[in-house]
Design a binder for this molecule. Structure first.
Ligand code: NDP
Length: 451
C-alpha cells in the first residue's frame, strides 16, 4: 500500500464519523501520489500524515436569547487547519447542517485554495449549526454576539481572519466584527467581507462569483471559445450565484436557472437586467424564497427540486454548469444527464458540489471541469486584498481590485495547467489545483521543521 493510501485509510479509521472530511482527504490525496514519488523528503518528514491533521479544532457552546425570551443553545466551531504559509483564513458558515466533519473538510480544502491564490494565507473554517432563516435581525445580532464572545480569543489580524460563507453575509459580518472590536478595543480588520464604511474592500461581495466566471473564461479560451451566446445553469441564489449570474450576463451568456433550498426556477429567456435586480432584492433585502420569482415572471418553479434534478428530468439543454449552492449537489445520474444535454464545461462556485462519481463522469467525458478550490478562490483572494488594504490603511478603487482579481484568477488557471502538465496529466484541473496548492504548503512545512 502506498504512503498516500495508508494516510487515507488511517483518516477513515480515526475519524469514522466524518464522511465529508474523508471524501475531501481522499479526493485530494489520491491526486498527490506523483508528488510522493518525486519528493521522498516529504515522505520522510511525514508531510502527508501531518497535512490531514488540523492544527487545532475548537468547539464551543453558543447560548443566546430569542425574541420570546427563551434561551437557545447552538454549537460553534473554528477549525484552524494549517498556518504554514500565513495566518489562518477561511469563512464562517451558519447552517443547521454544520458539523465537525463539514468544518474539517472545508478547512482542509481552504488550505490548498489559499495557497493557490499566491497570497500568504493559511487554511481555516468555522461556523455554527445556527439557522439565520426566519430569525429577526435582533435574534441574528444576539446570536452573532454570543458566537463572537468565544471566537474573539482565537482570531486576530495576524492569527486568524474569518470571513463569510453560507448564511454569513454582510449583516452577520457586521455584527461579528462590531462585537469583536468592542471586546478587543481595536479596529484591526480581523474579519473580511466587512462593509465599505468600516474597512471592507470594493469588489469583495462580487469576488467569488466574478472570479468564478473569469476562471471559466480562461478555460473556454483554451478551446477558442467564450461566453457569448452560451446557455448557463447556475444553482443557488446567494452571494456566489448572484454575482456569477451578473458577470455571465456582462460577458454575453444566458443564465437560465437559479435555486434555493425550497426549489428551482427555469427561465429560458435568461435571468438578466430587471430580473437580476429582482433576485438580489428578493434574497438580500426581503430574504424571500425563489418561488416568488415565478410569481413575478411567467416561468415554472419546481418545488423541492435541485437545478440538476430539473435539468435531468426535463431534458434541458445547457452549455455550462456553475454549481453555486452547497456540497454534493451534483451526483452521478445528474452529471450523466448534464453531459447528455450538451454541457461541456462545469466549474464549481460552491465547495465540493460534485460528488466523486460526478467528477469522474465529467473527466471521463472530456468535460472542462474546474474544482472549487481553483474556480471559487476569487473570494478568499479578494479577502486577502482586503487584509492588505487594512494593513496599509488605504482603499483601492474598484477597477484596481477587479483587475487584481482577474489577474489572480488568470494565474491560478495557469498554475493548474502547468502543474497538471508537469505531472503528466495535461489539462486536468483537479490534479493541477491539488498539486499546485499542496507544493507550496508542503515546502513551507518542511522548511519550518517538525512543529
Ligand atoms: P449563501 O448563503 O449566500 O447562498 C447559498 C445559496 O445556496 C442559497 O440560495 C441557499 O438557499 C442555497 N442552498 C444551500 N443549501 C442548499 C441545498 N441543500 N439545496 C438547494 N439550495 C441550497 O452562500 P454563498 O453563496 O456564500 O456560498 C455558496 C457556496 O459557495 C458554498 O459552498 C460556499 O462554501 C461557497 N463559497 C462561498 C464563498 C463566498 O465568498 N461567499 C467563497 C468560496 C466558496 P437557502 O437560502 O434556501 O438555504
Amino acid at each position: 500500500m502506498s504512503i498516500i493510501q495508508e494516510v487515507i485509510t488511517k483518516t477513515q479509521r480515526q475519524d469514522a464519523d466524518q464522511p465529508e472530511f474523508h471524501q475531501a482527504v481522499k479526493e485530494v490525496l489520491e491526486t498527490l501520489e506523483p508528488t510522493a514519488e518525486k519528493h521522498p523528503e516529504f515522505v520522510r518528514a511525514k508531510i502527508y500524515e501531518r497535512i490531514v491533521e488540523p492544527d487545532r479544532a475548537i468547539l464551543f457552546r453558543v447560548p443566546w436569547v430569542d425574541d420570546r425570551g427563551e434561551v437557545q443553545v447552538n454549537r460553534g466551531f473554528r477549525v484552524q487547519f494549517n498556518n504554514a504559509i500565513g495566518p489562518y483564513k477561511g469563512g464562517l458558515r451558519f447552517h443547521p447542517s454544520v458539523t465537525l466533519s463539514i468544518m474539517k473538510f472545508l478547512g482542509f480544502e481552504q488550505t490548498f485554495k489559499n495557497s493557490l491564490t499566491t497570497l500568504p494565507m493559511g487554511g481555516a473554517k468555522g461556523g455554527a449549526d445556527f439557522d439565520p432563516k426566519g430569525k429577526s435581525d435582533e435574534e441574528v445580532m444576539r446570536f452573532c454576539q454570543a458566537f463572537t464572545r468565544e471566537l474573539f480569543r482565537h482570531i486576530g489580524p495576524d492569527t486568524d481572519v474569518p470571513a463569510g460563507d453560507i448564511g454569513v453575509g454582510g449583516r452577520e459580518i457586521g455584527y461579528i466584527y462590531g462585537y469583536y472590536k468592542k471586546i478587543v478595543n481595536q479596529h484591526d480588520g480581523a474579519l473580511t467581507g466587512k462593509g465599505l464604511d468600516y474597512g471592507g474592500s470594493l469588489i469583495r461581495p462580487e469576488a467569488t462569483g466574478y472570479g468564478l466566471v473569469y476562471f471559466v473564461a480562461e478555460m473556454l479560451a483554451t478551446r477558442g471559445l467564450d461566453f457569448s451566446g452560451k446557455v448557463v445553469a447556475i444553482s443557488g441564489a446567494g452571494n456566489v450565484a448572484q454575482y456569477a449570474m451578473e458577470k455571465v450576463n456582462q460577458l454575453g451568456g444566458r443564465v437560465i436557472t437559479l435555486c434555493d433550498s425550497s426549489g428551482t426556477i427555469v427561465d429560458e429567456k435568461g435571468i438578466c437586467d430587471d430580473k437580476c435586480e429582482f433576485v438580489m432584492e428578493l434574497k438580500n433585502v426581503r430574504r424571500g424564497r425563489i418561488k416568488e420569482y415565478a410569481d413575478q415572471y411567467p416561468v415554472l418553479c419546481y418545488i423541492g427540486k435541485s437545478v440538476w434534478d430539473v435539468i435531468r428530468e426535463q431534458g434541458i439543454r445547457v452549455d455550462i454548469a456553475l454549481p453555486c449552492a452547497t456540497q454534493n449537489e451534483i451526483d452521478g445520474p445528474n452529471a450523466e444527464a448534464l453531459v447528455k444535454n450538451g454541457c461541456f464545461c462545469v466549474a464549481e462556485g460552491a465547495n465540493m458540489p460534485s460528488t466523486p462519481e460526478a467528477v469522474q463522469i465529467f473527466q471521463d467525458r472530456g468535460v472542462l471541469f474546474a474544482p472549487g478550490k481553483a474556480a471559487n478562490a476569487g473570494g478568499v483572494a479578494t479577502s486577502g486584498l482586503e487584509m492588505t488594504q487594512n494593513s496599509i490603511k488605504l482603499s483601492w478603487p474598484r477597477e484596481e481590485v477587479d483587475q487584481r482579481l482577474r489577474q489572480i484568477m488568470k494565474n491560478i488557471h495557469q498554475v493548474c495547467l502547468d502543474a497538471s502538465q508537469t505531472y503528466g496529466h495535461k489539462a486536468d484541473y483537479v490534479m493541477g489545483a491539488n498539486i499546485a496548492g499542496f507544493m507550496k504548503v508542503a515546502r513551507a512545512m518542511l522548511a519550518c521543521g517538525v512543529v
